[in-house]
Ligand binder design. Structure first.
Ligand SMILES: Nc1nc2c(ncn2[C@@H]2O[C@H](COP(=O)(O)OP(=O)(O)OP(=O)(O)O)[C@@H](O)[C@H]2O)c(=O)[nH]1
Ligand SMILES: [Mg+2]
Length: 330
């Protein structure tokens, strides 16, 4: 039986996606997420056909420890932006097993306003695959959303492993959320992530937390001062905000727009995006080249044995590579 995606004509789909119909957008995303080889060709043709319609959105990555308040902030910020007439797409990169069916639902509950907002589109992380694969699908989904008229794209990722780098590599502005807390919070924020930050926002700055949030912000500010900034045109600010009361949300967005204006004026935005495109190409190529190692039955069966032989010192790594490469070429 033919699946609905199978019948897609990339050219036609590319034309109709600009109409902003969410059903068309969802079908296009299903095509992008499909692992079938023929769908992959159609997906590539689709992204190529859409190239001119993409790239106009403000792309913001949002990270922070589990429970720091990312989804709640996105809900508050997104609502403010749709109120101003923007169309907001919310995507996620989370290749960990943490995120299964249940928490997708939880995310929609956390983003209760946006979930019911006709000018917002929420798409959870693709449910399986390597980080490279998940990030590539999310990136392509971002392009589809842009083509469908979404002019703000917010990408949430949890602070695990390499996923922050993947999100920083697909966005223009990387926002790190931090909890209001004592100095040891600073230790908890990994240095690598702070180096990627275009802004740190101390979340949940409401009620009893306000004073602590301000103190934490001052400490993060001092810590950022000793790091070399990511861009010569931007010094990452540290702010406090509360998604619960709305305090600081408008100011936070003002910084995002200020950053965009400065990087666009200096040409850095275009350079950064160009570099991101090239890096993305290599990531996808690596994915493609490595795919047989994960899918080819004979290879999958042979690899653990080869690995064990290498570990035991009976097989030289170079010989193992020759054997694997021979199997790949068969
Ligand atoms: N007081 C207060 N609580 C908040 C605020 N924002 C979020 N919370 C609470 O913090 C908890 C976690 O919020 P989420 O928005 O789900 O956090 P998250 O960072 O998206 O969590 P994960 O996606 O699981 O990593 C929830 O119980 C929220 O109600 C805030 O501004 N003030
Ligand atoms: Mg969340």
């Amino acid at each position: 039986m033919a699946s609905p995606v199978q019948t897609f004509d990339p050219e036609r789909l590319a034309k109709s996606i600009g109409g902003g119909d969410r059903t068309v957008l969802s079908r296009a995303i299903t095509l992008i997420e499909s692992k079938r080889a023929d769908h992959r060709h159609a997906a590539a043709a689709l992204t190529q056909a859409l190239l001119r319609q993409t790239g106009k959105a403000v792309r913001v990555g949002i990270t922070g420890a589990p429970g720091v308040g990312k989804s709640t902030l996105i809900d508050a910020l997104g609502r403010m932006l749709t109120g101003q007439g923007h169309k907001v797409a919310v995507l996620a990169v989370d290749p960990s097993s943490r995120r299964t069916g249940g928490s997708i639902l939880a995310d929609k509950t956390r983003m209760a306003h946006l979930a019911n907002d006709p000018n917002a589109f929420i798409r959870p992380s693709p449910s399986s695959g390597t980080l490279g694969g998940v990030a590539a699908r999310t990136r392509e989904t971002m392009l589809l959303c842009e083509a469908a008229g979404y002019d703000v794209v917010l990408v949430e990722t949890v602070g695990v492993g390499q996923s922050e780098i993947a999100v920083a590599d697909m966005t223009d502005f990387f926002l790190v959320l931090a909890l209001p807390g004592a100095g040891d919070e600073l230790q908890a924020l990994k240095k690598g992530v702070v180096e990627l930050a275009d802004m740190i926002a101390v979340s949940k700055a409401d009620g009893d937390n306000v004073a602590r949030a301000k103190l934490a912000a001052a400490q993060y500010g001092a810590a950022l001062n000793i790091l070399a900034p990511r861009s010569p045109h931007w010094s990452p600010p540290v702010v406090t905000c509360s998604a619960a009361t709305g305090d600081g949300i408008a100011a936070l967005w003002t910084h995002v727009l200020d950053h965009r204006q400065r990087l666009a004026a200096s040409g850095e935005l275009a350079t950064r995006r160009g570099e991101q495109q090239v890096k993305w190409m290599w990531t996808m190529l690596e994915e493609r080249l490595f795919a047989p190692l994960r899918t080819d039955r004979a290879l999958k069966a042979a690899l653990p044995k080869i690995e064990a032989e290498v570990a035991a010192g009976r097989l030289a790594p170079a010989t193992a590579v020759e054997q694997i490469a021979d199997m790949l070429e068969d």
